[in-house]
Each structure stands twice: as structure tokens, then as C-alpha cells.
Design a protein around this ligand. Structure first.
Ligand SMILES: Nc1ncnc2c1ncn2[C@@H]1O[C@H](COP(=O)(O)OP(=O)(O)OP(=O)(O)O)[C@@H](O)[C@H]1O
Ligand SMILES: [Mg+2]
Length: 235
């Protein structure tokens, strides 16, 4: 289905960075309804910078971002209202609030968040700061997905989590994509993300150095890891 649909979010020759100094250059990326695109790359490659710029939290330094085909420079809150969901790199739960209140201040209904992650039901009264890392990440993801965003941007969902909980989060993203969302997922841990993704691209030193079907990336994973994902030194 996704191959025929036009992209809902698109970057064309995107340059991005901080204080007008680009660290991401000439990135072309697109996300269609119903597909998961995973962005891989070593530390410092520019993954988070790309995501923040696509979300409107950082201004683009060059190139263009298109939302449903139209060029946009909208700020994050406008994009969120227009159907963008974001799970940022730092877990975004508010520690002093309960799980229930964290869900209440989210963009979608609490009941929907609980349908997506029934595991959160028994934790509703607990302060979010007391949750485990995996529970916090489920909360962030449930909150973003409850609004049924047209596009979800997620940064390092799996950071520091056990494979079982990573698989649970990946399954939730796959289900959201199967309901029609476009998902752009930044990950350092390539294999579990590739298992649910449709397409992949690899960023290195701020440029796209590989892109193709997720199946191909999985088949070629040793070479891709060896060539591009070697850790900070290779960034
Ligand atoms: N707030 C900032 N101000 C200035 N430079 C920054 C800032 N945040 C990141 N950078 C720099 O931008 C470059 C890209 O960083 P970015 O965080 O996008 O990488 P990343 O691929 O997400 O890495 P990681 O896997 O470690 O999260 C790096 O050289 C980094 O040092
Ligand atoms: Mg990052």
C-alpha cells in the first residue's frame, strides 16, 4: 500500500545543525503512510539533529521539509496539531506526575493509550519517576500513539532496554504503521528495528551513505555494521 501513496513527510536536500553550523547535509528522506523507515548511524552521525529538524524543534539551515506535499517551516506544536507525534531521545515523562496525569496531558485519549499498552493500567496511580526505564518508554510511546498521529518520529526508543521490551515497543510501532501511520525511527541497535521496518537509511557524518529496503539491510547487516556503524570513532 505504501509504495503508491505520496510521502506524508519529506526532507529534500535538508541541511541542519546548531547556531547556523550544519552537521547534517543534503539529506533526502521520505516517509509514506503505512511504512516504518529506520535511520541508523553511529554516535554523532546527525540522527537526532535530523529528527529534531523534521519535527520543527530546530530550524532547517537549508533544503526543504514538506508535510503532505507542502513546504513547511511550522514550529513543533503546529506540526503536532497537524498530526505529528514525537517520542524524543530523552524520555519525556514528567517524573512528579502520575502515569494517569502523564497520559492526560498527552495529545490523545487516555483510554486509547491503555488499549495500546494495557501494561500501563496497573501503573496508572504511580509517579512516572518511579517507573522502570522500559515502563517509562512504554508511557512515552503510548502517549504519542494515542493521538493516532499521521507520522510518528521516535528517537532511540530502545536505548538501555532489554530485548523483550524493545520487541514490545517495535510491535506497537508496526501496528501503528499497519493502521496507516508513517513511522520514522532512529536507532543504534539496528537488528530489532530492521525486523519491523520497511526501509532503512544510514547516516554517517551528517550524510546519507546507504539507503534501501529493510530486508536488504538485514541481509547485508554485517557489512553495513562494519562499514558504517562502528561506534563513535567511525562517526
Ligand atoms: N545542542 C547542540 N549544540 C551544538 N552541537 C550539537 C548539539 N547537539 C548535537 N550537536 C552535534 O551535532 C552532531 C550530530 O549530533 P546528533 O545528536 O544529531 O547525533 P546522533 O546521530 O543523534 O548521535 P547519538 O547516536 O549519540 O544520539 C554531533 O557532532 C554533536 O556533537
Ligand atoms: Mg541521537
Amino acid at each position: 500500500m505504501s509504495a503508491e501513496e505520496p510521502p506524508v513527510l519529506q526532507a529534500k536536500n535538508l541541511c541542519a545543525g546548531y547556531r547556523r553550523v550544519p552537521c547534517v547535509r543534503d539529506v533526502d528522506l521520505d516517509v509514506r503512510p503505512g511504512e516504518i523507515v529506520v535511520v541508523l548511524g553511529p554516535n554523532g552521525a546527525g540522527k537526532t539533529t535530523t529528527l529534531l529538524t523534521l519535527s520543527g524543534a530546530l530550524p532547517a539551515l537549508g533544503g526543504e521539509i514538506r508535510w503532505r506535499g507542502e513546504p513547511t517551516t511550522a514550529a513543533l506544536h503546529h506540526r503536532v496539531r497537524g498530526g505529528l507525534g514525537v517520542v524524543p531521545e530523552e524520555r519525556s515523562v514528567i517524573s512528579r506526575l502520575s502515569v494517569r496525569d502523564n497520559l492526560r496531558i498527552g495529545p490523545g485519549p487516555v483510554e486509547r493509550a491503555l488499549e495500546l499498552f494495557p501494561e500501563l493500567e496497573r501503573l496508572l496511580g504511580r509517579r512516572a519517576g518511579l517507573l522502570s526505564g522500559g515502563e517509562q518508554q512504554m508511557l512515552s510511546t503510548a502517549r504519542a500513539l494515542a493521538a493516532e498521529p499521521a507520522v510518528l518520529l521516535a528517537d532511540e526508543l530502545s536505548l538501555g532496554l532489554a530485548p523483550k521490551i524493545v520487541a514490545r515497543l517495535m510491535r506497537a510501532l508496526r501496528e501503528a504503521a499497519d493502521r496507516g501511520a508513517g513511522v520514522l525511527l532512529v536507532e543504534q541497535h539496528a537488528r530489532q528495528a530492521l525486523a519491523v521496518a520497511d526501509r532503512a537509511c544510514v547516516l554517517r557524518r551528517g550524510r546519507v551513505v546507504w539507503s534501501g529496503p529493510a530486508e536488504e539491510a538485514t541481509r547485508d547487516i554485517r557489512r553495513i555494521e562494519g562499514a558504517y556503524l562502528g561506534g563513535a570513532a567511525a562517526a
